[in-house]
Design a protein around this ligand. Sequence first.
Ligand SMILES: Cc1ncc(C[n+]2csc(CCOP(=O)(O)OP(=O)(O)O)c2C)c(N)n1
Ligand SMILES: [Mg+2]
Length: 643
Amino acid sequence: MTDQTTTTGGSRTGLAGSARPGQAPSPRDLAARAPGREGAGGTNPRRPDAEPPSPQPVEMTGAQALVAALERLGVDVVFGIPGGAILPAYDPLFDSATVRHILVRHEQGAGHAAAGYAQVTGRPGVCIATSGPGATNLVTPLADAYMDSVPVVAITGQVPSSLIGTDGFQEADIAGITLPITKHNFLVTRAEDIARTVAEAFHVASTGRPGPVLVDIAKDALQAKTQFRWPVPFDLPGYHPVTRPHSRQIREAARMMMAASRPVLYVGGGVIKAEACPELLALAELTGMPVVTTLMARGAFPSSHSQNLGMPGMHGKVAAVGALQKADLLVALGARFDDRVTGRLDSFAPEAVVIHADIDPAEISKNRHAEVPIVGDCREVITELIAAVEAEHEAGHKTDVSAWWSQLDAWRATYPLGYDDPDDGSLSPQYVIERIGKLAGPDAVYVAGVGQHQMWAAQFIDHDRPRHWLNSGGLGTMGYAVPAAMGAKVGEPESEVWAIDGDGCFQMTNQELATCALEGIPIKVAVINNGNLGMVRQWQTLFYNQRYSHTDLDRAAGGESLGTRIPDFVKLAEAYGCAGLRCETAADVDTVIRQAADIKDRPVVIDFIVHRDAMVWPMVAAGTSNDDIKVARDMAPDWDVTE
Ligand SMILES: Cc1ncc(C[n+]2csc(CCOP(=O)(O)OP(=O)(O)O)c2C)c(N)n1
Ligand SMILES: [Mg+2]
């Protein structure tokens, strides 16, 4: 290993491994331009004032330079756990007046907390870990953030540079390990490279298609002296995300939109990341076109808006799935034609031509050929589309979508989302989730785990605001909810934050309740306790002849019920310094939700004991066509239904 900063290129940046002097804008400019709640260029009122520039070099250690850079980048919180290699950084961190460190109980919690923070604020979330096992514990949240394009900066300590490559104590090649799951990563072995690299990491994480960036810093670089200067010039040759769409493509898209008779706006999470929700609303209302919002885009367009057909995909609404299947034009905005949306790709939307707008050129025509590819930031794309559509209207070209709406309305009316209450009088999980949504309202932040409860939370809560619905969409990471909710509550302390978690997921990361209790982060956790790994059990019910191989969570290995709760989530909550409540009947649901809402001084866990066999419907079985969607077991919709 040399004594140079080694830059390893992630797959989404186009950055090479070489280092050339850069003449990029200052980090201050770039930090100010990083997307905030008010959009690119916006500032968040809660953001602490960034430190003034330090034009004169100041001598300090690499560790002090790291903390000084974080302060100047406006970082107000980092989630982490110390250890040998990162210890030099923890010393100056102890003194920082503006960077709050939250000591988590597992580095996975730090990573998801950083992601939760980033998703509600729009600013990069920061996590910090030591070398080896500390760093490898970040692998899952980094992969998660990569799949969902969340700006996370992970800082890890590395063994001293003289030990790198020797299997030194707690050495793991975390840059190598995370190369395919980070937007970019860096190994820093010189103190003088630390501040610049951290500034670059923030820039890369938060510009273009957002994503996680890892900065691995050798211990001796943290300990060595350097001259700290701020701002620092960037050295990112080859990293120039295109945000401005091509005007010819925009005009062509507008023409096609006016010529379509069965168009659909297929909206993905990129619209939220680009802060393009007001523009989307304007475009939808200008064109009268139906909108579908993917799992990652719930809240990008109000659920309550009459043009919102709901969520498409494996557990999407019949009208949303049918709209895509029967469309003659798809306008895909910040969406990526994920297999959970398309079903069997070769039978997806067979009659549609595709306009695909995305900031990442690698997404366009990746899964489905786009007749009109548009590379650009969704906010700029939609703004220009609005102008181009207005010009079409002025020229007398206007699409008539009334017949299309008759069809869509017939599907909506005939196949609304619904559920049956369990016959045995036990609690319906959908009812619990629906009531949380109604009582906590559109201003609350909802964070789901992964499984049936996640799908019901996507389906039965009205998501009317962007950045208020957080979940692990791409990776499907059980254990995401509690730590992500913790990060969300830190990012948006005035909002009520509800983790809606499964009994399986909750057992993966509930140790962060200790962090929440000690750090004063009063989240609410609704455990939808069906006693099993429900989503897997559903597949066993449907596709494995009801052979429930290893999905029971509340039974002994032999299958018998023990008559005791292992663990008892109420006692567990109390052991962690939280309030623990339990609810087993529909009659008590509202009372217990209100009770939880009134507890503001500590986290609350509600153990909702629900029916063990409720299923998520509709469903497109994995690998089958969207045309074969079922609204209940063996029940297919009639696509020819009319109102
Ligand atoms: C880390 C991880 N391991 C395994 C899985 C596979 N998996 C998907 S959903 C699920 C069940 C989740 O159970 P629970 O949290 O109880 O939620 P439920 O489906 O019952 O609502 C499992 C095991 C996963 N997504 N993530
Ligand atoms: Mg479960």
